[in-house]
Design a protein around this ligand. Structure first.
Ligand code: NAD
Length: 487
Protein backbone atom coordinates (compact mmCIF):
# COMPACT_ATOMS: atom_id res chain seq x y z
CA UNK A 1 0.00 0.00 0.00
CA UNK A 2 1.45 3.36 -1.04
CA UNK A 3 1.07 6.36 1.22
CA UNK A 4 1.99 10.02 1.22
CA UNK A 5 3.07 12.03 4.26
CA UNK A 6 0.57 14.54 5.71
CA UNK A 7 -0.16 17.60 3.61
CA UNK A 8 0.19 20.49 6.06
CA UNK A 9 -0.48 24.19 5.80
CA UNK A 10 2.29 26.77 5.56
CA UNK A 11 1.33 30.00 7.29
CA UNK A 12 3.73 32.79 8.24
CA UNK A 13 6.78 30.54 7.97
CA UNK A 14 5.35 27.63 9.98
CA UNK A 15 4.36 24.27 8.53
CA UNK A 16 1.43 23.09 10.62
CA UNK A 17 -1.93 21.31 10.72
CA UNK A 18 -5.18 23.27 10.60
CA UNK A 19 -6.03 25.53 13.57
CA UNK A 20 -8.83 23.18 14.65
CA UNK A 21 -6.85 20.02 13.95
CA UNK A 22 -9.24 18.79 11.25
CA UNK A 23 -8.01 16.99 8.16
CA UNK A 24 -9.46 15.34 5.06
CA UNK A 25 -8.47 12.19 3.17
CA UNK A 26 -6.12 12.46 0.20
CA UNK A 27 -7.67 9.91 -2.18
CA UNK A 28 -5.77 8.04 -4.88
CA UNK A 29 -7.45 7.93 -8.32
CA UNK A 30 -5.81 4.50 -8.86
CA UNK A 31 -7.74 2.88 -6.02
CA UNK A 32 -10.34 5.33 -4.76
CA UNK A 33 -8.75 4.74 -1.34
CA UNK A 34 -7.12 7.28 1.01
CA UNK A 35 -3.33 7.46 0.72
CA UNK A 36 -2.83 10.19 3.29
CA UNK A 37 -4.43 13.15 4.96
CA UNK A 38 -4.40 16.88 4.33
CA UNK A 39 -5.00 19.80 6.68
CA UNK A 40 -8.49 21.31 6.49
CA UNK A 41 -7.81 25.06 6.53
CA UNK A 42 -10.27 27.09 8.61
CA UNK A 43 -11.41 30.68 8.06
CA UNK A 44 -8.96 31.65 10.85
CA UNK A 45 -6.12 29.98 8.91
CA UNK A 46 -7.08 31.92 5.79
CA UNK A 47 -7.15 35.18 7.79
CA UNK A 48 -3.71 34.43 9.25
CA UNK A 49 -2.23 33.59 5.85
CA UNK A 50 -3.57 36.79 4.25
CA UNK A 51 -2.26 38.90 7.14
CA UNK A 52 1.14 37.19 6.92
CA UNK A 53 1.42 37.69 3.15
CA UNK A 54 0.32 41.33 3.48
CA UNK A 55 2.87 42.04 6.24
CA UNK A 56 5.66 40.30 4.33
CA UNK A 57 4.90 42.48 1.33
CA UNK A 58 4.43 45.77 3.19
CA UNK A 59 6.94 45.49 6.00
CA UNK A 60 9.88 43.41 4.70
CA UNK A 61 12.33 44.17 1.90
CA UNK A 62 11.03 41.24 -0.21
CA UNK A 63 9.31 43.49 -2.76
CA UNK A 64 12.41 45.57 -3.52
CA UNK A 65 15.45 43.41 -2.62
CA UNK A 66 15.94 41.70 -5.98
CA UNK A 67 19.31 40.00 -5.27
CA UNK A 68 17.92 38.43 -2.08
CA UNK A 69 14.84 37.19 -3.93
CA UNK A 70 16.83 35.64 -6.72
CA UNK A 71 19.17 33.90 -4.26
CA UNK A 72 16.38 32.43 -2.12
CA UNK A 73 14.12 31.42 -5.01
CA UNK A 74 17.10 29.76 -6.74
CA UNK A 75 17.65 27.75 -3.55
CA UNK A 76 13.93 26.90 -3.45
CA UNK A 77 14.06 25.66 -7.08
CA UNK A 78 17.27 23.68 -6.30
CA UNK A 79 15.44 21.91 -3.48
CA UNK A 80 12.48 21.15 -5.72
CA UNK A 81 14.88 19.63 -8.26
CA UNK A 82 16.65 17.65 -5.52
CA UNK A 83 13.25 16.23 -4.50
CA UNK A 84 12.31 15.24 -8.03
CA UNK A 85 11.67 11.59 -7.16
CA UNK A 86 9.29 12.49 -4.32
CA UNK A 87 7.47 14.86 -6.68
CA UNK A 88 7.09 12.08 -9.25
CA UNK A 89 5.67 9.86 -6.54
CA UNK A 90 3.16 12.54 -5.50
CA UNK A 91 2.09 13.18 -9.13
CA UNK A 92 1.68 9.45 -9.56
CA UNK A 93 -0.26 8.76 -6.38
CA UNK A 94 -2.50 11.79 -5.90
CA UNK A 95 -2.91 13.12 -9.48
CA UNK A 96 -3.20 9.58 -10.91
CA UNK A 97 -0.44 10.21 -13.40
CA UNK A 98 1.13 7.14 -15.04
CA UNK A 99 4.90 7.17 -14.34
CA UNK A 100 5.81 7.99 -17.95
CA UNK A 101 3.58 11.06 -17.87
CA UNK A 102 4.61 11.96 -14.33
CA UNK A 103 8.29 12.02 -15.29
CA UNK A 104 7.87 13.61 -18.68
CA UNK A 105 5.51 16.57 -18.38
CA UNK A 106 4.13 16.57 -14.86
CA UNK A 107 7.43 16.87 -13.04
CA UNK A 108 10.44 17.26 -15.34
CA UNK A 109 8.51 19.73 -17.52
CA UNK A 110 7.55 21.72 -14.41
CA UNK A 111 11.09 21.69 -12.98
CA UNK A 112 12.64 22.71 -16.31
CA UNK A 113 10.02 25.45 -16.58
CA UNK A 114 10.89 26.72 -13.11
CA UNK A 115 14.61 26.86 -14.00
CA UNK A 116 13.72 28.76 -17.18
CA UNK A 117 11.71 31.26 -15.14
CA UNK A 118 14.84 31.89 -13.05
CA UNK A 119 16.73 32.62 -16.27
CA UNK A 120 13.98 35.05 -17.32
CA UNK A 121 14.48 37.07 -14.11
CA UNK A 122 17.40 39.04 -15.51
CA UNK A 123 15.56 39.71 -18.77
CA UNK A 124 12.70 41.49 -17.01
CA UNK A 125 12.70 45.25 -17.53
CA UNK A 126 12.50 46.60 -13.97
CA UNK A 127 13.32 50.21 -14.86
CA UNK A 128 13.30 52.20 -18.11
CA UNK A 129 14.83 55.59 -18.86
CA UNK A 130 12.31 57.63 -20.89
CA UNK A 131 14.71 60.60 -21.22
CA UNK A 132 14.35 64.32 -20.57
CA UNK A 133 11.31 66.18 -21.87
CA UNK A 134 10.50 69.86 -21.81
CA UNK A 135 6.85 70.60 -21.06
CA UNK A 136 5.34 73.97 -20.03
CA UNK A 137 8.85 75.39 -19.67
CA UNK A 138 10.07 72.62 -17.31
CA UNK A 139 12.64 69.98 -18.10
CA UNK A 140 11.87 66.64 -16.47
CA UNK A 141 13.94 63.48 -16.30
CA UNK A 142 11.52 60.56 -16.55
CA UNK A 143 11.89 56.95 -15.57
CA UNK A 144 9.41 54.08 -15.58
CA UNK A 145 9.59 51.61 -12.73
CA UNK A 146 7.96 48.20 -12.84
CA UNK A 147 7.05 47.10 -9.35
CA UNK A 148 5.24 44.10 -7.84
CA UNK A 149 1.47 44.24 -7.48
CA UNK A 150 1.32 42.96 -3.88
CA UNK A 151 -0.30 39.86 -2.42
CA UNK A 152 -1.19 37.11 -4.91
CA UNK A 153 -3.83 34.43 -4.35
CA UNK A 154 -2.82 31.51 -6.58
CA UNK A 155 -5.69 29.05 -7.13
CA UNK A 156 -4.66 25.88 -8.98
CA UNK A 157 -6.24 22.72 -10.49
CA UNK A 158 -5.46 19.04 -10.00
CA UNK A 159 -4.46 17.91 -13.49
CA UNK A 160 -0.84 19.12 -13.70
CA UNK A 161 -0.48 20.46 -10.17
CA UNK A 162 3.29 20.94 -9.98
CA UNK A 163 3.41 22.59 -13.39
CA UNK A 164 0.71 25.12 -12.55
CA UNK A 165 1.94 25.69 -8.98
CA UNK A 166 5.47 26.45 -10.21
CA UNK A 167 4.22 28.60 -13.12
CA UNK A 168 2.37 30.84 -10.69
CA UNK A 169 4.39 30.69 -7.46
CA UNK A 170 7.92 31.03 -8.86
CA UNK A 171 6.90 33.83 -11.28
CA UNK A 172 4.97 35.77 -8.62
CA UNK A 173 7.80 35.41 -6.06
CA UNK A 174 10.39 36.49 -8.65
CA UNK A 175 8.31 39.59 -9.37
CA UNK A 176 8.49 40.54 -5.67
CA UNK A 177 4.91 39.64 -4.79
CA UNK A 178 4.02 37.49 -1.80
CA UNK A 179 1.85 34.43 -2.41
CA UNK A 180 -0.92 32.33 -0.91
CA UNK A 181 -1.24 29.05 -2.81
CA UNK A 182 -4.63 27.26 -2.77
CA UNK A 183 -4.42 23.87 -4.53
CA UNK A 184 -7.36 21.75 -5.69
CA UNK A 185 -8.78 19.44 -2.98
CA UNK A 186 -7.60 16.43 -5.04
CA UNK A 187 -3.89 17.38 -5.02
CA UNK A 188 -3.00 18.88 -1.64
CA UNK A 189 0.41 17.24 -1.17
CA UNK A 190 1.91 18.78 -4.32
CA UNK A 191 1.27 22.20 -2.80
CA UNK A 192 2.21 21.34 0.75
CA UNK A 193 5.61 19.88 -0.24
CA UNK A 194 6.33 23.23 -1.87
CA UNK A 195 5.58 24.83 1.51
CA UNK A 196 7.98 22.47 3.30
CA UNK A 197 10.76 23.13 0.78
CA UNK A 198 10.20 26.91 0.86
CA UNK A 199 10.88 26.86 4.61
CA UNK A 200 14.01 24.73 4.05
CA UNK A 201 15.17 27.23 1.43
CA UNK A 202 14.87 30.03 3.99
CA UNK A 203 12.11 32.05 2.34
CA UNK A 204 11.14 34.76 4.87
CA UNK A 205 8.00 34.15 6.93
CA UNK A 206 4.79 35.15 5.15
CA UNK A 207 6.34 35.44 1.69
CA UNK A 208 4.83 32.09 0.66
CA UNK A 209 1.82 30.42 2.28
CA UNK A 210 -0.12 27.25 1.46
CA UNK A 211 -3.76 26.55 2.35
CA UNK A 212 -5.26 23.12 1.64
CA UNK A 213 -8.98 22.46 1.93
CA UNK A 214 -11.52 19.80 0.96
CA UNK A 215 -14.02 22.56 0.15
CA UNK A 216 -13.27 23.51 -3.45
CA UNK A 217 -14.56 27.07 -3.06
CA UNK A 218 -14.24 28.34 0.53
CA UNK A 219 -10.57 29.41 0.65
CA UNK A 220 -10.58 30.78 -2.89
CA UNK A 221 -13.72 32.82 -2.30
CA UNK A 222 -12.20 34.38 0.82
CA UNK A 223 -9.04 35.26 -1.12
CA UNK A 224 -11.06 36.77 -3.98
CA UNK A 225 -13.20 38.88 -1.61
CA UNK A 226 -10.39 40.19 0.60
CA UNK A 227 -9.16 43.72 -0.20
CA UNK A 228 -5.67 42.87 1.14
CA UNK A 229 -5.19 40.44 -1.75
CA UNK A 230 -4.22 42.39 -4.88
CA UNK A 231 -4.11 39.67 -7.52
CA UNK A 232 -5.90 36.40 -8.18
CA UNK A 233 -4.02 34.12 -10.51
CA UNK A 234 -6.43 31.31 -11.31
CA UNK A 235 -6.11 28.16 -13.39
CA UNK A 236 -9.18 26.00 -13.75
CA UNK A 237 -12.51 25.73 -15.46
CA UNK A 238 -14.10 28.57 -17.40
CA UNK A 239 -17.20 28.43 -15.19
CA UNK A 240 -15.25 29.06 -11.99
CA UNK A 241 -13.04 31.62 -13.78
CA UNK A 242 -16.11 33.71 -14.67
CA UNK A 243 -17.36 33.52 -11.11
CA UNK A 244 -13.99 34.70 -9.78
CA UNK A 245 -13.93 37.60 -12.21
CA UNK A 246 -17.38 38.66 -11.10
CA UNK A 247 -16.60 38.37 -7.38
CA UNK A 248 -13.24 40.12 -7.84
CA UNK A 249 -14.93 43.23 -9.21
CA UNK A 250 -16.00 44.29 -5.71
CA UNK A 251 -12.38 44.91 -4.70
CA UNK A 252 -11.11 45.73 -8.23
CA UNK A 253 -8.82 42.72 -8.18
CA UNK A 254 -6.29 42.09 -10.87
CA UNK A 255 -7.61 38.82 -12.25
CA UNK A 256 -5.49 36.49 -14.29
CA UNK A 257 -7.29 33.48 -15.78
CA UNK A 258 -5.93 30.28 -17.38
CA UNK A 259 -9.08 28.39 -18.30
CA UNK A 260 -10.32 25.42 -20.25
CA UNK A 261 -9.56 24.35 -23.79
CA UNK A 262 -10.82 22.38 -26.77
CA UNK A 263 -7.68 22.70 -28.81
CA UNK A 264 -7.62 21.80 -32.45
CA UNK A 265 -5.22 19.55 -34.34
CA UNK A 266 -5.32 20.08 -38.11
CA UNK A 267 -3.66 17.54 -40.39
CA UNK A 268 -3.39 18.93 -43.93
CA UNK A 269 -3.51 16.60 -46.93
CA UNK A 270 0.17 17.26 -47.71
CA UNK A 271 1.41 16.34 -44.22
CA UNK A 272 4.93 14.87 -44.66
CA UNK A 273 3.88 11.54 -43.09
CA UNK A 274 0.08 11.67 -43.04
CA UNK A 275 -0.51 8.28 -41.39
CA UNK A 276 2.00 8.90 -38.64
CA UNK A 277 0.64 12.42 -38.01
CA UNK A 278 -2.87 11.00 -37.56
CA UNK A 279 -1.64 8.13 -35.38
CA UNK A 280 0.12 10.59 -33.07
CA UNK A 281 -3.16 12.45 -32.52
CA UNK A 282 -4.78 9.98 -30.16
CA UNK A 283 -5.72 11.50 -26.81
CA UNK A 284 -4.12 9.35 -24.15
CA UNK A 285 -1.53 11.46 -22.32
CA UNK A 286 -2.62 11.70 -18.66
CA UNK A 287 -6.03 10.35 -19.72
CA UNK A 288 -6.65 13.52 -21.72
CA UNK A 289 -6.62 15.71 -18.61
CA UNK A 290 -4.55 18.53 -20.03
CA UNK A 291 -5.94 21.94 -20.82
CA UNK A 292 -4.00 22.34 -24.08
CA UNK A 293 -4.22 18.74 -25.35
CA UNK A 294 -5.63 18.93 -28.91
CA UNK A 295 -8.86 16.98 -28.53
CA UNK A 296 -10.51 18.09 -31.81
CA UNK A 297 -8.83 16.41 -34.75
CA UNK A 298 -9.55 17.97 -38.16
CA UNK A 299 -8.69 15.77 -41.16
CA UNK A 300 -9.23 16.42 -44.89
CA UNK A 301 -12.30 14.81 -46.47
CA UNK A 302 -10.09 13.69 -49.37
CA UNK A 303 -8.08 11.45 -46.98
CA UNK A 304 -10.77 10.75 -44.38
CA UNK A 305 -10.97 6.96 -44.82
CA UNK A 306 -7.20 6.74 -44.61
CA UNK A 307 -7.26 8.84 -41.42
CA UNK A 308 -9.90 6.61 -39.80
CA UNK A 309 -7.81 3.50 -40.62
CA UNK A 310 -4.72 5.16 -39.12
CA UNK A 311 -6.66 5.95 -35.93
CA UNK A 312 -7.88 2.33 -35.65
CA UNK A 313 -4.28 1.19 -35.97
CA UNK A 314 -3.02 3.68 -33.37
CA UNK A 315 -5.68 2.77 -30.81
CA UNK A 316 -5.15 -0.97 -31.42
CA UNK A 317 -1.43 -0.46 -30.78
CA UNK A 318 -2.20 1.36 -27.54
CA UNK A 319 -4.84 -1.24 -26.52
CA UNK A 320 -3.76 -2.37 -23.08
CA UNK A 321 -0.68 -0.22 -22.77
CA UNK A 322 -2.26 1.95 -20.10
CA UNK A 323 -3.64 1.86 -16.58
CA UNK A 324 -0.67 0.13 -14.94
CA UNK A 325 0.53 2.14 -11.99
CA UNK A 326 3.99 0.57 -11.97
CA UNK A 327 4.91 0.70 -15.64
CA UNK A 328 7.60 3.33 -16.22
CA UNK A 329 6.70 3.70 -19.92
CA UNK A 330 2.99 4.31 -19.61
CA UNK A 331 1.41 7.72 -20.24
CA UNK A 332 -2.16 7.06 -19.15
CA UNK A 333 -3.74 6.17 -15.82
CA UNK A 334 -7.19 6.79 -14.37
CA UNK A 335 -9.12 10.07 -14.39
CA UNK A 336 -8.91 12.05 -11.18
CA UNK A 337 -12.17 11.26 -9.35
CA UNK A 338 -15.52 9.51 -9.39
CA UNK A 339 -17.10 12.84 -10.35
CA UNK A 340 -14.79 13.25 -13.34
CA UNK A 341 -15.27 9.59 -14.30
CA UNK A 342 -19.06 10.03 -14.38
CA UNK A 343 -18.78 13.36 -16.23
CA UNK A 344 -16.60 11.84 -18.99
CA UNK A 345 -18.93 8.85 -19.37
CA UNK A 346 -21.92 11.17 -19.66
CA UNK A 347 -20.16 13.00 -22.52
CA UNK A 348 -19.54 9.66 -24.22
CA UNK A 349 -23.28 8.90 -23.97
CA UNK A 350 -24.03 12.38 -25.30
CA UNK A 351 -21.74 11.79 -28.30
CA UNK A 352 -23.70 8.65 -29.20
CA UNK A 353 -27.01 10.51 -28.84
CA UNK A 354 -25.74 13.36 -31.00
CA UNK A 355 -25.10 10.89 -33.81
CA UNK A 356 -21.29 10.69 -33.80
CA UNK A 357 -19.77 7.27 -34.59
CA UNK A 358 -17.94 5.63 -31.71
CA UNK A 359 -14.78 4.27 -33.35
CA UNK A 360 -13.10 2.83 -30.26
CA UNK A 361 -13.48 2.75 -26.47
CA UNK A 362 -16.35 4.38 -24.63
CA UNK A 363 -16.43 2.27 -21.48
CA UNK A 364 -15.48 2.41 -17.84
CA UNK A 365 -12.78 -0.19 -17.07
CA UNK A 366 -13.15 -1.55 -13.52
CA UNK A 367 -10.90 -4.45 -14.56
CA UNK A 368 -7.97 -1.98 -14.31
CA UNK A 369 -8.54 -1.39 -10.60
CA UNK A 370 -10.90 0.04 -8.03
CA UNK A 371 -10.12 3.61 -9.16
CA UNK A 372 -11.53 5.72 -11.98
CA UNK A 373 -10.53 4.10 -15.27
CA UNK A 374 -12.02 4.99 -18.65
CA UNK A 375 -10.65 3.48 -21.84
CA UNK A 376 -9.19 5.62 -24.65
CA UNK A 377 -12.17 6.73 -26.73
CA UNK A 378 -12.53 8.16 -30.22
CA UNK A 379 -15.58 9.53 -32.04
CA UNK A 380 -15.49 9.98 -35.82
CA UNK A 381 -18.03 11.66 -38.16
CA UNK A 382 -18.34 14.46 -35.67
CA UNK A 383 -20.00 17.74 -36.57
CA UNK A 384 -18.22 20.75 -35.09
CA UNK A 385 -21.57 22.02 -33.77
CA UNK A 386 -22.09 18.95 -31.57
CA UNK A 387 -21.59 19.50 -27.85
CA UNK A 388 -18.82 16.85 -27.80
CA UNK A 389 -16.94 19.08 -30.28
CA UNK A 390 -17.62 22.32 -28.45
CA UNK A 391 -17.38 21.46 -24.75
CA UNK A 392 -14.33 20.48 -22.76
CA UNK A 393 -14.61 16.80 -21.76
CA UNK A 394 -11.26 16.59 -19.93
CA UNK A 395 -10.91 12.86 -20.37
CA UNK A 396 -9.38 10.40 -22.89
CA UNK A 397 -11.81 11.33 -25.67
CA UNK A 398 -10.87 12.46 -29.18
CA UNK A 399 -13.41 13.84 -31.67
CA UNK A 400 -12.65 13.70 -35.39
CA UNK A 401 -14.13 16.24 -37.81
CA UNK A 402 -13.69 16.23 -41.60
CA UNK A 403 -12.89 19.45 -43.52
CA UNK A 404 -13.00 20.47 -47.22
CA UNK A 405 -9.98 22.75 -47.65
CA UNK A 406 -7.70 25.09 -45.67
CA UNK A 407 -10.33 27.83 -45.38
CA UNK A 408 -12.83 25.31 -44.05
CA UNK A 409 -10.27 23.96 -41.56
CA UNK A 410 -9.54 27.48 -40.27
CA UNK A 411 -13.25 28.26 -39.97
CA UNK A 412 -13.93 25.04 -38.03
CA UNK A 413 -10.87 25.58 -35.82
CA UNK A 414 -12.05 29.06 -34.86
CA UNK A 415 -15.70 28.11 -34.37
CA UNK A 416 -15.11 27.43 -30.70
CA UNK A 417 -15.53 29.39 -27.49
CA UNK A 418 -12.14 28.09 -26.42
CA UNK A 419 -8.82 29.25 -27.87
CA UNK A 420 -5.93 27.86 -25.84
CA UNK A 421 -3.66 25.70 -27.97
CA UNK A 422 -3.58 24.20 -31.43
CA UNK A 423 -1.49 22.21 -33.89
CA UNK A 424 -1.09 22.09 -37.66
CA UNK A 425 0.75 19.44 -39.68
CA UNK A 426 1.45 19.91 -43.38
CA UNK A 427 4.00 21.34 -45.78
CA UNK A 428 5.84 24.03 -43.81
CA UNK A 429 4.76 27.17 -45.64
CA UNK A 430 1.12 26.16 -45.90
CA UNK A 431 0.98 24.95 -42.29
CA UNK A 432 2.50 28.25 -41.09
CA UNK A 433 -0.16 30.20 -43.01
CA UNK A 434 -2.92 28.17 -41.39
CA UNK A 435 -1.28 28.44 -37.92
CA UNK A 436 -1.20 32.23 -38.13
CA UNK A 437 -4.98 32.32 -38.65
CA UNK A 438 -5.90 29.99 -35.78
CA UNK A 439 -7.29 31.82 -32.79
CA UNK A 440 -5.23 30.37 -29.92
CA UNK A 441 -2.51 31.37 -27.48
CA UNK A 442 -0.02 28.72 -28.67
CA UNK A 443 0.10 26.80 -31.95
CA UNK A 444 2.51 24.01 -32.82
CA UNK A 445 3.53 23.48 -36.45
CA UNK A 446 4.77 20.02 -37.48
CA UNK A 447 5.32 19.01 -33.86
CA UNK A 448 7.15 22.15 -32.72
CA UNK A 449 7.13 22.68 -28.91
CA UNK A 450 4.95 25.71 -28.30
CA UNK A 451 4.75 25.23 -24.54
CA UNK A 452 8.02 25.66 -22.62
CA UNK A 453 9.04 27.60 -19.53
CA UNK A 454 10.62 30.48 -21.46
CA UNK A 455 7.55 31.13 -23.67
CA UNK A 456 4.36 32.93 -22.64
CA UNK A 457 1.38 30.62 -22.24
CA UNK A 458 -2.29 31.54 -22.09
CA UNK A 459 -5.53 31.63 -23.99
CA UNK A 460 -7.85 33.83 -26.00
CA UNK A 461 -11.65 33.96 -25.71
CA UNK A 462 -13.14 31.45 -23.22
CA UNK A 463 -9.66 30.07 -22.48
CA UNK A 464 -8.74 33.06 -20.36
CA UNK A 465 -6.66 36.18 -20.20
CA UNK A 466 -3.11 37.03 -19.24
CA UNK A 467 0.06 35.05 -19.74
CA UNK A 468 1.99 32.63 -17.59
CA UNK A 469 5.65 31.52 -17.95
CA UNK A 470 8.49 33.34 -19.66
CA UNK A 471 9.36 36.99 -19.07
CA UNK A 472 5.68 37.78 -19.72
CA UNK A 473 4.70 35.46 -16.87
CA UNK A 474 6.81 37.47 -14.40
CA UNK A 475 5.64 40.81 -15.85
CA UNK A 476 2.04 39.72 -15.29
CA UNK A 477 2.67 40.40 -11.57
CA UNK A 478 4.20 43.87 -12.10
CA UNK A 479 2.59 47.29 -12.29
CA UNK A 480 3.95 50.40 -14.03
CA UNK A 481 4.93 53.59 -12.24
CA UNK A 482 6.28 56.85 -13.66
CA UNK A 483 8.76 58.99 -11.73
CA UNK A 484 9.60 62.39 -13.21
CA UNK A 485 12.14 64.67 -11.52
CA UNK A 486 12.84 68.24 -12.52
CA UNK A 487 16.29 68.77 -14.02
P1 NAD B 1 -12.03 23.96 -11.21
O1 NAD B 1 -12.37 25.24 -11.90
O2 NAD B 1 -13.12 23.13 -10.68
O3 NAD B 1 -11.08 24.27 -9.95
C1 NAD B 1 -9.87 24.97 -10.08
C2 NAD B 1 -9.50 25.53 -8.72
O4 NAD B 1 -10.47 26.49 -8.33
C3 NAD B 1 -9.45 24.49 -7.60
O5 NAD B 1 -8.40 24.82 -6.73
C4 NAD B 1 -10.79 24.67 -6.92
O6 NAD B 1 -10.78 24.23 -5.59
C5 NAD B 1 -10.98 26.17 -7.03
N1 NAD B 1 -12.36 26.66 -6.95
C6 NAD B 1 -13.50 25.98 -7.24
N2 NAD B 1 -14.56 26.78 -7.06
C7 NAD B 1 -14.09 27.99 -6.67
C8 NAD B 1 -14.70 29.23 -6.35
N3 NAD B 1 -16.03 29.40 -6.38
N4 NAD B 1 -13.92 30.27 -5.99
C9 NAD B 1 -12.58 30.12 -5.96
N5 NAD B 1 -11.93 28.97 -6.25
C10 NAD B 1 -12.68 27.91 -6.59
O7 NAD B 1 -11.08 23.16 -12.20
P2 NAD B 1 -10.43 21.72 -11.98
O8 NAD B 1 -11.50 20.71 -12.15
O9 NAD B 1 -9.62 21.69 -10.73
O10 NAD B 1 -9.39 21.65 -13.21
C11 NAD B 1 -9.78 21.35 -14.49
C12 NAD B 1 -9.93 22.61 -15.30
O11 NAD B 1 -8.73 23.38 -15.28
C13 NAD B 1 -10.18 22.32 -16.77
O12 NAD B 1 -11.19 23.17 -17.25
C14 NAD B 1 -8.84 22.66 -17.43
O13 NAD B 1 -8.91 23.02 -18.78
C15 NAD B 1 -8.38 23.78 -16.59
N6 NAD B 1 -6.92 23.98 -16.72
C16 NAD B 1 -6.47 25.03 -17.46
C17 NAD B 1 -5.10 25.22 -17.62
C18 NAD B 1 -4.58 26.38 -18.41
O14 NAD B 1 -3.39 26.66 -18.29
N7 NAD B 1 -5.39 27.06 -19.20
C19 NAD B 1 -4.20 24.32 -17.04
C20 NAD B 1 -4.69 23.26 -16.30
C21 NAD B 1 -6.07 23.09 -16.14
Amino acid sequence: MHTLSDANLLINGTVRPSSNGKSFPNVSPWSGEPIGIAAEATECDVEEAIAAARNAFDLSDWSYNRPLRLQLITKFMDLLVANRDSLVQIARLEAGSAIGAACFAQVDGALNGGKELLECFNKVCWEEDRGVKSEFGFDSERIIVHEPLGVVGAITPWNVPLYVNIGKVIAALLSGCTVILKPAPDTPKMASIMGELAVEAGLPAGVFNVLTSSDPAMVGELLVADPRVNVISFTGSTTVGKRIMEAGAATLKRIFLELGGKSVNIILDDAPDFTMAVMRSIVVFHAGQGCAIPTRLLVPKSRYTEAVEALKMAYAGFADNWGNMDSPEQMMGPVISQKQHDRVLSYIELGKQEGATLLVGGKSRPDKGTGYFIEPTCFVDVDNKMRIAQEEIFGPVLVVIPFEDDEDAIRLANESNYALGGAVTGSKERAMKVAKRISAGAVSVNGGMSITGDLPFGGFKGSGMGREWGVEGIQEFLDTKVIASSV
